[in-house]
Design a binder for this molecule. Sequence first.
Ligand code: ASP
Ligand code: MG
Length: 453
Amino acid sequence: MIVMKFGGTSVGNADAMRRTAELIERARRTGPVVVVVSAMSGITDKLLAIAEAARTRSEDPLSLVDALRAHHEAACRGLELDEVDDLLAPIDDLRDVLRGVALLRELTGRSRDYIVSHGEMLSARIMAALLTARGLPARAIDGWDAGIVTDESHGAAAVLPETWRRIPVSVTGIDSVVPVVTGFLGGTEDGERTTLGRGGSDYSAAILGRGLSASEIQIWTDVSGILSADPRLVKSAVVLPELTFEEAAELAYFGAKVIHPKTIEPAVIAGIPVRVLNTFEPDHPGTRIVRTRTPAGGAEGRAVAAITSKKKNLVLSLESTRMLAAEGWLATVFDILKAHRISVDTIATSEVSVCMTAEARYEAALARALPELERVARAKLTTGRSILCCVGLGMRERPGTAGRIFAAVGLAGANVEMISMGASAINITFVVKDEEADRVLSALHTELVQGPA
Ligand code: ASP
Ligand code: MG
C-alpha cells in the first residue's frame, strides 16, 4: 500500500483535480492506495482571513464564505459532479461558527482550527466524489476520524502515541474503497479539531504511512522534487534524485520549502521511503528520500548535495562577563530565552561566548530579553543576517570540504560571521550579511554542486 499526498495546487481547480484523479487511478492499478489532500490552493489563507474578519467585524464574514463556497462550487461544476449541496454541506456549520465569533468578538485557537479545518474537509469530499464518479469507489475521511490523535496545542498540535493504535482500526477497507483523508487535521481525545501546523498535510501523509505500514509515501506537488538550491536564486539548480532522511531533514529545516520538516520523522521511524513527485510532470522520477545512499560518482555523489539560504535572521552574540564561563552559564542564557519564548536555530559556542541565530519575528522578544541577558553577558543583537547551509552526506568522508566552502565564500567577497556544524557532520551552516547571501549562494553552487566532485 502506498500513501499519495496531493498539495494545494494539485487540487487547485477542476483541471488539476482531474489530473490528480488520473494519477490515483494509475497507481490503483498496481495496488491499494491511501490518498491525502491539502485544501485547494489559497483556501487555508482565506479561511484564516475570514476568521479574523469575523473577530474584528471588519468585513462581513458571511459574504466571504459565499465567495469561498462559489470557488468550491465552480470546481464541482467543472468536474460535473452531482449533489454539490451535499458535498459542500460542511460550509453550513462554518457559517454558524463565524456568527458566534463575530458575536463574541473572540477567536480562540480552538475556533480558529475549527474554521480552518473546512479547507481540507471540502477538498477531500470533492476528490472522493470525483474518484467515485469516475468509477473508482472512494470516501472522504476527516483527520480525526482517521485516528490522528493530538494534544490540545491548537495551530501546531503534537501527535500522541495513541495514533499508532487508532489509525489501523480507523482506516479500513482500503482494498475496496479508496480513503481520501484530509491532510493537516487531527483531533484531541475530547473530540476537538486540531491542525498540525501550516503545510502540515505532508506530515499527515507520513503519519498515515507509519500508521498503516505503507511501502512508500508519495508527496505530489508542483515541482519535480527537492532541488540543489532555490531555482529563483540559482538558475542552474538541479533536482536531486536521491537524499537520505538526514539530508532531507536538514534541508527541510533550513528552508527548502518542498516538504514539511516534520514529514521525515514518522517515515524514519517506520523506515518508509518518501518520494517527492510533480503532479504536472508525473513521469519525472522526482526525489527519493531513503535510509541510506552511497554518494558514489555523479551529481549526487558530491560532498555537498544542496545549499539553502534563509534571509532576515537575527544574530545574538553573548560573551560571559567572567574570564571563564561559570558553571551553568549557558543554562542561565537558555532559561532567559525560554522565559521569553524565543526559539533559536543555529548555535556556535566557545568557552566564554555563544552566538546564535533566531528568526526576525523574535526581534521584539529579544529586545525585551536583552536587559536580563546583560546581567550575565556582554550582549549584541545584529539584524539582517542570512543563514546558508550546505548539506551532503559525502561531507562526512570527503576531507577539505569546509576549506572549499570557505574559500568560495571568500572569493565571493563575503565575510563569514558564524560557523556551525551539526553532530551528524552532514551540514555546514554559516552566517553572512543579507546583501551578500545571493552572491555567496551562487558561488557555492557553482563550486560545490556543479564543479568537479
Ligand atoms: N492547507 C494547509 C496549509 O495551507 C496544510 C497544507 O497545505 O499542507 O497550510
Ligand atoms: Mg504544502
